[in-house]
Structures are given as structure tokens and as C-alpha cells.
Design a protein around this ligand. Structure first.
Ligand SMILES: C[S@@+](CC[C@H](N)C(=O)[O-])C[C@H]1O[C@@H](n2cnc3c(N)ncnc32)[C@H](O)[C@@H]1O
Length: 461
């Protein structure tokens, strides 16, 4: 279709939504009106095992200040295995204070930073995945009044074209959709205003995925009959009109989420944020020296063994954001637990006991590499942490056998002189993970990750 045509559904004004009006949202119930209730240790119920140091919790209900797990820009993007914000908020309410400094070396979508900002803490976020910087920049943007209908109209008929350097586009997208994708992404990539570009990023990524033959249920990029059927129904009738409407609705959602987050922030603190992505955290950590690097608290959720491949999951989005195939491949090689790393001494009896039960050489190597890399990174950083290490993990499996990663972490740091304060155990209610009833690798019923664990370690006096 000729984008200049007067028959163009957008030009004919059939998507006639008003400008996004910030004022219209001010009637909504203010999240800040929920009374703040500090969490007391006495509220926590000991688990049935009765150990002093393991306590069952339900993080979702522990921080009334944050009304839901996807509230505001916490729900901007479905990053795999992301923190629910309440985990970080609980930790900061218990151990943080305005002006303190936190670091998350496996920050993913940046949840730790978004929560730290609410409580006035400075933060450093690191992640291998370049999406971190993109998502963080959007999540903390202030709301401005913008003319959404005009943005949609201009994007749909943009004269600038942009497509990723991707050899087999037609394998992933229907031929008739590619010119429109080129226009809207041309509008995005060449737009002079960073604010508009940021606003468009998540809506365009979502819609571009929706119009692709890729099956979102699979970690690896792959077509499936279900995905092909989904695209077929999106292409029925006035599909460009549908595309424009989706873009419009997604833009409204992003602005609403930004508005909700800014309401949570309330009167903003002066916060220093340092966000570094696209680099291996082990490399960064080796350059940290306690004589000039200091953080009060480390809060992180490292990968859970090989439960998830983050770069692979983000591949399609990274292409559209302008990353080349070679660049993405080189990032994937640095991902834990696949990256080759120097061995370290893992000071945990549990680690050794489980290691000996893994017979297959490649699985044993993956297991060792995982702990060398994660604990190697944390060992370097721990020297720069003055108060607490807060490590959030799930009991991932190797060949159907659950590995108590949390216990291994706790034992390792206790052996290095840290005090194990408590492990808080939460039942997972909803997580963006790839689960199936039967684990395809083992044929065993999938019992992966029934709970998640927050290990809290205190620097000994
Ligand atoms: C469980 S996710 C963290 C999710 C995060 N807590 C959030 O709320 O979005 C683990 C993260 O480790 C990152 N990661 C894996 N290997 C890495 C490496 N070598 N260096 C830095 N980050 C890495 C992944 O990209 C992923 O984002």
C-alpha cells in the first residue's frame, strides 16, 4: 500500500484516539495511599523443616507500597526469570536507607535499580544483555504529554526505512509485512527525539514479535504451526489498521506504566545510577578494588544453572534494536554457565557432594563452570560490599535432580567469613519460564523450581 495514499486507514483517521492525557489518570487510586508497613522478622513463619535460618515467606504480600508484581514499569517487558519487585523492596526496606549504594551484577531488566530509586538508594546495574540499558532508560523516563495518534500516523507512513541485517527475513515474517516493519523501524531508528524513540521501543518490539512466525513458547527462535496460524489471523482483513491500533494501544500502555511508576516514586530522591550492559560481569568484577569500589548491599538473581538462555531469548529483539548476528553470537558465548572460566575453590560440602553424583562429563563441566563463574563474580564483588549480600535463586535441576544452589552459596560465603542471616523461601506463583509437564531432556515429570530462595548474608563484624 502506498503510505501517502488518502485511502490509508491511518490517514483517513479511523484510529481516532485523543492525545494521552496525564490528568485523566490522577483519579486512579494512588499507590502511595497504601499505608507503609515495615516488615518485622516476627511476621515471618518458620518453615516446616524448623531450621532457624530458613523461613517461608510470600514476597508478593510483603510490600504494600508496590500493589502488584507488574505494577508500573516493573511490568514494562516480559524479561525471562525477572525479580518480582517485592523481593528487592523487601530487602531494601529491611537493610537499605536513602543514600546507601546497591549493586546488581546480573541485573536483567533492571528491577533492582527501579526499586532502589523508589527508596533513594544509589545503584549500579550490570548485565551481559544489552536490553538492560534500553529497558532501564525507558522505565525511569518521566511522563510527557505526547500526541500518540500523530506518532502512530507518522510511523506508519515513514519515508525512512530500516531493516535488521538478517539474512532470512522472509522465513520469519510474511512478505507483505516486511515493508511496513521497515517503515515503522525506520521511523524509530532515525527519529531525532530520544524520548519518542524510547517510547516506541517496547511497543514495536512486541508487535514485531506478534507479526512473526516465531513461537514465543520456545527459547530458541523457531517457527511453529501455532505461530503461523496466529500471524494468519492477524493478517485477515484490514491488517495494517490492526497493526496501527496495536501500536497505539501499546503506546498508551507504556505511558500508563511510566505514569504509575512515577507516582510510586513520588517526591524523587537525588539518585546516582550507573547502568552497564553488553559486558560480562565477571570481567567487570575482576577490576573492582575495595580501596575505591564500595557498595553497602549486593542484591542479585544470577542465572539458575542452565534453566534459561537469556541472549537466545532476546535474539529477535536485539536484531531489531540494531545488533548484528556476530555481536549476538559473541554475547551468547559469554553467557553463564556456558562461558569458559578459570576454576575457583568452591567452599561448599554440598557443592562437592552433588558434583560427584553427576556422571555425564558435559553436565559436570556445566555445573562446575556455573559455580566458578557466579561465585567468582560474587567473590570479587563481596570484597567491596560493606553490609550484605542478598542472593536470589531457584533450585534448578541437573538431569531431573534438584540442585540446592542457595545452600551452596550460603556455605561458600560462610566459609569465607560471612554470616548466614536467613534464607527466605517463596513459592513461585508466576514466572516467565519455559516449563513443560515432562522435561523433554529426561522424560521425567518436570519439578523444576517449585520455590525460590533469598539468601541473606551479613558481613561479620
Ligand atoms: C535471573 S536473570 C536476572 C533477572 C533480573 N533480576 C531482573 O529482574 O530482570 C540473570 C541474568 O544474568 C545475566 N547474565 C548471564 N551471563 C552473564 C554474564 N556473563 N555477565 C553478566 N550477566 C550475565 C543474564 O543476561 C540475565 O539477565
Amino acid at each position: 500500500m502506498n503510505p501517502e495514499s488518502a485511502e490509508h486507514p491511518i490517514l483517513s483517521g479511523s484510529v481516532a484516539e485523543p492525545k494521552f492525557d496525564v490528568g485523566a489518570l490522577t483519579q486512579a487510586e494512588l499507590p502511595m495511599s497504601v499505608p507503609y508497613q515495615p516488615i518485622r522478622k516476627a511476621d515471618l513463619q518458620p518453615d516446616s523443616g524448623g531450621t532457624q535460618r530458613e523461613v517461608e515467606v510470600f514476597f508478593r504480600k510483603m510490600v504494600p507500597r508496590i500493589p502488584s508484581t507488574t505494577y508500573g514499569t516493573f511490568g514494562l517487558y516480559r524479561y525471562p526469570a525477572k525479580f518480582i519487585p517485592q523481593v528487592v523492596a523487601y530487602t531494601i526496606e529491611a537493610y537499605g536507607a536513602p543514600g546507601k549504594r546497591v549493586i546488581d551484577p546480573f541485573a536483567g531488566s533492571g528491577t533492582t535499580g527501579l526499586v532502589a530509586r523508589l527508596y533513594g538508594l544509589d545503584y549500579d546495574l550490570w548485565d551481559l544483555n544489552p536490553l538492560l540499558e534500553v529497558l532501564h532508560a525507558i522505565a525511569v523516563m518521566p511522563v510527557q504529554i505526547v500526541d500518540i495518534s500523530a506518532i502512530v500516523r507518522e510511523a506508519m507512513r515513514s519515508e525512512r526505512n530500516w531493516l535488521p541485517r538478517w539474512s532470512n527475513m522472509e522465513y520469519w515474517y510474511p512478505a507483505q509485512v516486511i515493508p511496513l516493519l521497515a517503515r515503522v523501524w525506520g521511523y524509530h531508528h532515525y527519529h531525532h527525539d530520544t524520548y519518542v524513540r524510547n517510547l516506541l521501543t517496547v511497543p514495536l518490539l512486541k508487535i514485531t514479535r506478534a507479526f512473526s512466525f516465531n513461537d514465543p513458547q520456545r527459547q530458541k527462535l523457531s517457527r511453529s504451526p501455532k505461530a503461523i496460524q496466529r500471524v494468519k489471523s492477524l493478517l485477515e482483513g484490514e491488517w495494517e489498521q490492526r497493526f496501527a491500533q496495536m501500536l497505539h494501544d501499546e503506546l498508551v500502555t507504556v505511558l500508563q506504566k511510566m505514569h504509575e511508576y512515577q507516582k510510586l516514586v513520588g517526591e524523587p530522591y537525588e539518585v546516582k545510577a550507573n547502568v552497564v550492559s553488553g559486558v560480562d560481569s565477571l570481567q567487570l568484577a575482576t577490576h573492582c578494588d575495595p580501596s575505591w569500589c564500595r557498595w553497602d548491599i549486593l542484591i542479585t538473581s544470577p542465572p539458575y544453572l542452565q534453566a534459561q538462555e537469556y541472549i537466545r531469548c532476546s535474539k529477535m529483539d536485539l536484531f531489531w534494536l540494531g545488533y548484528s548476528e556476530e555481536h549476538i553470537r559473541s554475547l551468547a558465548k559469554q553467557e553463564l554457565p556456558y562461558k569458559q572460566v578459570e576454576p575457583i575453590a568452591v567452599r561448599s560440602e554440598t557443592y562437592e557432594r552433588y558434583r560427584q553424583t553427576i556422571e555425564e562429563a558435559h553436565l559436570r563441566q556445566m555445573y562446575q563452570r556455573y559455580f566458578y563463574a557466579v561465585l567468582g563474580t560474587l567473590d570479587h564483588l563481596a570484597e567491596c560490599i560493606t553490609e550484605r549480600l542478598c542472593l536470589f535463586v531457584g533450585p534448578a535441576t541437573v538431569r531431573g535432580r534438584s540442585i540446592p544452589i542457595d545452600r551452596i552459596f550460603a556455605e561458600h560465603f560462610v566459609a569465607k567469613g560471612w554470616e548466614h542471616e536467613v534464607t527466605l523461601i517463596d513459592k513461585i506463583a508466576a514466572r516467565v519460564m519455559f516449563r513443560s509437564k515432562v522435561n523433554p531432556a529426561t522424560g521425567i515429570e518436570d519439578k523444576r523450581m517449585p520455590t525460590e530462595h533469598l539468601v541473606i548474608l551479613r558481613r561479620s563484624a
